[in-house]
Write a protein that binds this ligand. Structure first.
Ligand code: G3P
Length: 226
């Protein structure tokens, strides 16, 4: 499973990269605008924190193929490293996806809500397709099923494109799309913390500590191996 952070908050990115096995960061114009910072400085700061090897997915704001390509090239030059250009699916976006792939750039097709959007983006050459699970669940659609069938379609048609499931509110959603075979998931830091939390784990750890102290007091393992 590829774990990606869906935030542009540099403090949260630094903390998550310190503690969790994080493979990269995704952003979009909403996520970027929440930080109220200069776009260029912000994406450079994120790149510095995560390093050149981790993936950085940056979404363009242009809507025509020619302008998408210009923005993609500018972002690539500016931020460098392991970069994916995020393009919301559209006819112009698909044209730009094919063109960027021919130019040797990597693309994540985003704002995916149906299996057929994902399939055609894959055919155009997208490296990742990003279905929005929670937004589908919110309209009483089935986000997990879109992920499941997209994974199946990509396999059935021998396409190398990976599914980067996005838009989550609950650990249960993340669990279900993991079972559905998604290749990657992008999560906000709070949900990442929630993934590893369980009250019984806390109880278990407290029990270990109490039992140890009842026999050995404040002595630590290192004190006892001298
Ligand atoms: O990566 C896409 C994601 O940011 C959308 O998530 O929570 O706004 O539905 P959300």
């Amino acid at each position: 499973m590829i774990y990606i952070l869906d935030t542009a908050d540099t403090k949260k990115i630094a903390r998550c990269c310190e503690f969790y096995p994080i493979d990269g960061v995704t952003t979009n114009p909403t996520i970027i605008s929440k930080e109220h910072e200069d776009f260029g400085k912000l994406i450079k700061a994120i790149r510095n924190i995560i390093g050149d090897e981790r993936m950085l997915h940056i979404q363009i704001t242009a809507s025509t193929c020619a302008d998408i390509i210009k923005e993609a090239q500018a972002v690539q030059e500016y931020v460098g490293g392991n970069l994916y250009i995020k393009i919301p699916i559209s006819a112009e976006g698909l044209k730009a996806t094919s063109a960027l792939k021919k130019m040797g750039m990597k693309v994540t097709e985003t704002a995916i809500f149906t299996q057929q959007q994902a399939l055609i983006a894959a055919k155009a050459g997208a490296d990742f397709v990003a279905p929005y699970v929670n937004r589908l669940d919110n309209i009483v659609s089935d986000g997990v099923n879109v992920v499941l069938e997209t994974v199946e379609l990509l396999k059935a048609h021998n396409l190398d494109t990976k599914v980067l499931a996005a838009s989550f509110r609950t650990v249960e959603q993340v669990h279900k799309i993991a079972l559905a075979g998604t290749h990657a998931v992008t999560l906000n830091p709070a949900l990442l913390d929630a993934l590893i939390y369980h009250p019984l784990t806390e109880t278990a750890v407290q029990g270990f500590s109490n039992d140890w102290k009842s026999i050995y007091g404040d002595k630590k393992i290192l004190d006892m191996l001298k």
